[in-house]
Design a binder for this molecule. Structure first.
Ligand code: DP6
Length: 360
């Protein structure tokens, strides 16, 4: 689909008021999105696991405006508390989508959101938060135009979510999602994510992701600033090419269930991402000494026990520990006894591959 296909331009009978309510998960990239051109067009394809416990729950109330004001009008709450500091990000998201959802100008919104994971855990909440909001807005569109198909509903929700935060477009559906045009995937697009269209081996459908909270603070360099540093990065073009190749390789691994190859590819992607940050101009480092201690311990444990447990990183110091369900007792014991000491307040989240967003 083209971006013009997402512009709402029908006549409609709009409801006077109402509400929608969605819960949407976070996701963890295996092949990373790092680098974009304007308005959230990724420089390469990315593939992610959808998570199941790191969720944002968003209630969206709308009331038709009584005046003709053409300003975006909303209030944002976190757990029933007014959050003025959330406003700029949501304002710019709504401004970006107004071309596609012009009906939002006719309403006043109250957005009340809450995360199931600690708010200050350093876990990116934009993927779950923006995708939940995009789904709420699509529920409003569906009320205005009940004829839209489920496929259009989810594709446009992903398209809208992408405009708020790139990785958010991969959070709507379960298990494995792919975003970014790629010649091996006919239905792939830079504009929205698709559910991974080929076979996924059962072993990956119940994979675990223990998120070790090494640093709960706010990142010193935002993802958006990091993406921008990929323009004119000395390794940029090579990186984008490798990511396309890794997408093909991961596609084969996801089908054949080769966990050893999975370990190699996923760790390489994580380290490449942070290598790119370290070699940006200006250079910056987001991992912490404890991130490296965890990485070394995971590699030692894997080698000694012959268990295909691996790590991945997002744009921060926290470590995602990925492993098949059949090793979960052993790996959680390892985390409890050896890794959790490296986490801030010994904290980590036991997550696993999930089923996507849910309407409440
Ligand atoms: C390292 O989606 O947070 O987690 O599009 O600027 O909002 P914006 O960036 P964001 O970047 C995510 C980067 C990443 C890799 C990934 O999730 O693919």
């Amino acid at each position: 689909m083209k971006k013009e296909d997402f512009i709402y331009n029908n006549n409609f009978v709009a409801p006077l008021s109402g509400s929608s309510h969605w819960e949407s998960p976070s996701n963890i990239a295996l092949v990373k999105y790092w680098g974009k051109s304007d308005l959230q067009i990724p420089k390469n394809t990315s593939i992610s696991f959808t998570l199941s416990k790191c969720l944002t729950n968003t209630k969206f109330d709308f009331v038709k405006k009584t005046n003709n004001s053409k300003l975006i009008d909303f209030e944002i709450y976190y757990n029933d508390n007014l959050k003025e500091d959330f406003k700029p990000k949501i304002q710019s998201f709504l401004e970006r989508i107004v071309t596609y959802c012009p009906y939002i100008l006719n309403y006043k919104f109250k957005i009340n959101t809450i995360n199931t994971f600690p708010h200050s855990s350093g876990i990116a909440s934009s993927a779950s938060g923006i995708s939940a909001l995009a789904l709420c807005i699509m529920s409003l569109e569906k009320l205005i135009n009940p004829k839209i198909t489920d496929e259009y509903f989810y594709t446009k929700a992903s398209f809208l979510a992408r405009l708020g935060s790139g990785s958010a477009c991969r959070s709507l559906k379960g298990s494995v999602n792919l975003w970014g045009a790629h010649s091996s995937f006919n239905s792939s697009s830079n504009l929205y994510s698709i559910n991974f269209p080929y076979e996924v081996n059962d072993i990956f459908k119940t994979y675990h992701d223990a998120v070790l909270l090494v640093d709960k603070g706010i990142k010193t360099v935002s993802s958006t600033a990091g993406h921008n540093l990929m323009n004119n990065h000395p390794f940029g073009e090579k990186r984008f090419q490798i990511a396309q190749e890794n997408t093909d390789k991961l596609s084969t691994i996801l089908k054949n269930g080769d966990t050893n190859e999975f370990v190699k590819l996923v760790e390489n992607e994580a380290l490449m991402l942070h290598g790119l940050m370290m070699t940006s101009d200006p250079s910056y480092i987001l991992i912490k000494p404890n991130t490296l201690r965890i990485i070394e311990s995971i590699r030692e444990f894997r080698f000694k026990n012959d268990i295909p447990v691996c790590f991945t990183l997002d744009a921060g110091a926290n470590v995602h520990v990925l492993f098949p369900d059949k090793y979960s007792d052993k790996v959680y014991n390892f985390i409890e006894t050896k890794l959790k000491v490296y986490c801030e307040s010994n904290s980590y989240i036991k997550d696993c591959v999930g089923f996507g967003a849910k309407q409440l």
